[in-house]
Design a protein around this ligand. Sequence first.
Ligand code: FES
Length: 156
Amino acid sequence: MADKIDEIIDKHISVQRDSLLPMLQDIQKEMGYLSEESINRIARALDMPISKVYGVATFYDQFRFEARGRFHIQICHGTACHINNSARIIHEAERLLKIRQGQTTRDGMFSIEVVNCMGACGLSPVMAVNDTYYHGIDPNDLKDIFDECKEKINRI
Ligand code: FES
C-alpha cells in the first residue's frame, strides 16, 4: 500500500508541486479512502503541514477518511431524490446503523455515502448497496435490506 501511495505522489509531484487535489483524488480512487498514512506521506512529499493537507481534504465532501464497509450504501440526494424525501432515508440509515454519512460501522460491515444523482431520477428515491440498486424506496424498507446483508455474511 505504501508503494502505491508513493507511486501516485511521485506521478503528481513530478508534474507540478501544487497538485495536492489530484493527488488526494487518485489515492482515494486507488485505496477507496484517505488513510492517515497517505495524508502523512503527501504532507512529507510536498513539505506541507499535515494540518494543511487535512484542511484541504476535509473541505471537499468527496473524500473519505475511513475504509468502506463490506456493504457500501450510497444514498442519492440529488434534486429528484431530495424532492422525494431522500433526507428521511439518509436519516433512517444513519439511525439504524448508528453512523453518520462518510463513516463505517465499527465491525466494518456497513458504510454510508451520500451521492448526487445516480442517473435514475424517474425512479427516485434511489439507493445502492454495493452493486444492487433499490428504487422508490421508503425509510421503512431499510431494516429489511440491512438484515438481508447481515444474513448474506452469516451464510458465507
Ligand atoms: S436525483 Fe437521485 S437518481 Fe437522479
